[in-house]
Design a protein around this ligand. Structure first.
Ligand code: NDP
Ligand code: 8X3
Length: 251
């Protein structure tokens, strides 16, 4: 049985990834900050799929918390075959000069530094086994830069550079490194971006059919079920009505 470690499973993509990987028979380490959701998801996964699940509640921005959580994993979970670096967010949507510095910090600390902390802690275990797969969740924001998104876009550009850097450094150890770069997906992402303003979040998807978390789980399933000799570098996907971050055809 393979073991997957997924960050940010309490909502959106991460929850869909956990459900899909459980269906595929993975043993799961699931993480996030909202303990009630984490515990409920762990119970659901065990009940519905009969897989072993380890819920770890911590903030990926806290390096020591990451270290302690990973160091404390019981032996049966400690050999991670698949790492899905999913935890992330956009905080705010304003021109650079009007953006709150706290929002900069949240995005950089979560999307870049959190991803690095977790990867740095788990990669040595993959190197030891001479096998493993890392899937980083990037975005169309890692390819384009759009108004009011400079720092979020910068974090996802960084995710792409880290993905490519890991790929070239880890190829000699037999480790695959992939990324997924979606456009608009309706999750809690926009509610978080607009600091809880549900109306602003809903307006993002008005007049179009956005992607949903299941669509992204389909891509993850494709990436992790390729034959051993095949490594998918990146998969980009948008809703049919979205051509780019700025060209969206709304009904
Ligand atoms: P959600 O807001 O629905 O989920 C985000 C997840 O990340 C939650 O489980 C949250 O858990 C976790 N998370 C956030 N901050 C932290 C933290 N500091 N420590 C630990 N966990 C954290 O958003 P999505 O599912 O849409 O987003 C998932 C990823 O996909 C993100 O990296 C996002 O940038 C990316 N993405 C999203 C797109 C979209 O349109 N939705 C498109 C392209 C990429 P908790 O709050 O419990 O800690
Ligand atoms: C989320 C998609 O277009 O809001 O990464 O940046 S977008």
């Amino acid at each position: 049985m393979k073991t997957a470690f997924i960050t940010g499973v309490t909502s959106g993509f991460g929850k869909a990834f956990a459900l899909r990987l459980a269906q595929l028979g993975y043993r799961l380490v699931i993480t996030g900050r909202r303990e009630d959701r984490l515990t409920a998801l762990a119970a659901l996964l065990i009940r519905n799929y009969g897989v072993d699940v380890l819920p770890l509640c911590f903030d990926v921005r806290n390096q020591e918390a990451c270290r302690l959580a990973i160091a404390g994993m019981p032996a049966e979970f400690s050999q991670v075959d698949l790492l899905v670096n999913n935890a992330g967010l956009a905080a705010g949507a304003a021109p650079f000069d009007e953006t709150d510095v706290d929002d900069f910090e949240r995005m950089i600390d979560t999307n870049i530094k959190g991803l690095l902390y977790i990867t740095k802690l788990l990669v040595p275990r993959m190197i030891e086994k001479k096998a493993g797969h890392i899937v980083n969740i990037s975005s169309i924001a890692g390819i384009e830069v759009y108004p009011n998104g400079s720092v979020y876009c910068a974090t996802k550009h960084a995710v792409n550079a880290i993905t490519k850097g890991l790929r070239v450094d880890l190829v000699k150890h037999g480790i695959k490194v992939s990324s997924i770069s979606p456009g608009m997906v309706e999750t809690e992402f926009s509610v978080v971006r607009y600091h809880g303003d549900e109306d602003k979040a809903k307006a993002v998807y008005k007049g179009l059919v956005p992607l949903n978390a299941e669509d992204i789980a389909d891509v993850l399933e494709f990436i992790v079920t390729r034959p051993d000799h095949v490594s998918i570098n990146d998969v980009q996907l948008n809703p049919r009505q979205q051509a780019s971050t700025s060209v969206v055809f709304r009904d």
